[in-house]
Design a protein around this ligand. Structure first.
Ligand SMILES: C[S@@+](CC[C@H](N)C(=O)[O-])C[C@H]1O[C@@H](n2cnc3c(N)ncnc32)[C@H](O)[C@@H]1O
Length: 257
């Protein structure tokens, strides 16, 4: 196995281990979304999401946010690298407008297949790009471009360095509680700055509509009862008109002479 394939396998193994050892204790999934999380962001992206298109929840985990999305959008497809996550998601109380697929965001072939199945889609991402090794992020963004096609829009919300500072401060105040300790032990830490996030969306394929501050609002609370609400950043983007996008799609970046 070459080095890249090996790194991909390790990433899958990390998430599969996480999702296959969840036992359902309250607070175990530290990032579990409160329903206010989506409500707060809808104002940023509803106008950009064409209502006739399906929404792909990329890196959907156990489908909690996928089900919230399904209250607002006609068809929602949750996709995740981890078969154990998708199994959990499918076992949830899903409305009929939700379905799930096992997909690695770094695979162009899998993105093409999904696009072939559902056509152009809006893409929703919460806490996934920052969790990928930086070297894998451009590939995931290429997959996002494929899923958007010419008419979809993307909303991605990710953890910046301020999130690390937030957790350092709450650990200072409360000590390391078991659920957070489990995340830190099993999942390699990841973060991305707003500039890095925006730069992933190359202007020859994407138009960044807006970017800014957000929160990851969770259903969980700190030991003192305060809700866990983590500083986040978002980007809203769409693809440029077909001609320009297809001219550069799938090619190596042009070298400056
Ligand atoms: C921090 S969790 C966020 C889950 C969900 N978006 C949420 O907000 O509840 C990151 C998710 O991304 C998934 N993931 C990680 N790498 C991925 C990849 N290459 N392709 C698809 N999903 C991936 C993980 O399995 C995990 O479910």
């Amino acid at each position: 196995m070459n080095k890249t394939a090996d790194a991909h396998e390790r990433q899958l193994a990390v998430w599969e281990r996480w999702w296959s050892t969840i036992d359902g204790r309250p607070g175990e999934i530290v990032w579990d979304a409160d329903d206010t999380d989506l409500a707060a962001d809808l104002t940023s992206f509803t106008d950009a999401f064409h209502p006739g298109l399906p929404v792909i929840d990329l890196g959907c985990g156990d489908g909690r946010q996928t089900r919230f999305l399904a209250r607002r959008f006609r068809t929602v497809v949750g996709v995740d690298i981890s078969p154990a996550a998708v199994e959990r998601a499918r076992a949830g109380e899903n409305p009929p407008n939700v379905c799930y697929r096992v997909v690695d965001a770094r695979s162009s072939e899998q993105a093409e297949e999904l696009h072939h199945e559902f056509g152009d889609a809006n893409v929703y991402v919460r806490g996934v790009l920052q969790a990928l090794p930086p070297v894998d992020r451009p590939q995931a963004v290429m997959s996002i471009g494929t899923l958007l096609g010419s008419s979809g829009a993307l909303f991605a919300k990710e953890l910046p360095p301020e999130a690390g500072a937030y957790f350092a401060e709450v650990v200072e105040r409360h000590g390391l509680w078991p659920e957070l300790e489990r995340v830190m032990r099993l999942i390699p830490p990841g973060q991305i700055t707003k500039d890095e996030l925006v730069r992933l969306f190359s202007p020859d394929w994407f138009e960044v509509i807006s970017a800014g501050a957000a929160r990851i609002d969770t259903v969980n609370v700190l030991p003192d009862g305060e809700p866990i609400s983590v500083p986040a950043i978002y980007v809203l983007a769409r693809t440029r008109p077909v001609g320009l996008a297809y001219r550069h799609r799938g090619r190596e970046p042009r070298r400056e002479r």
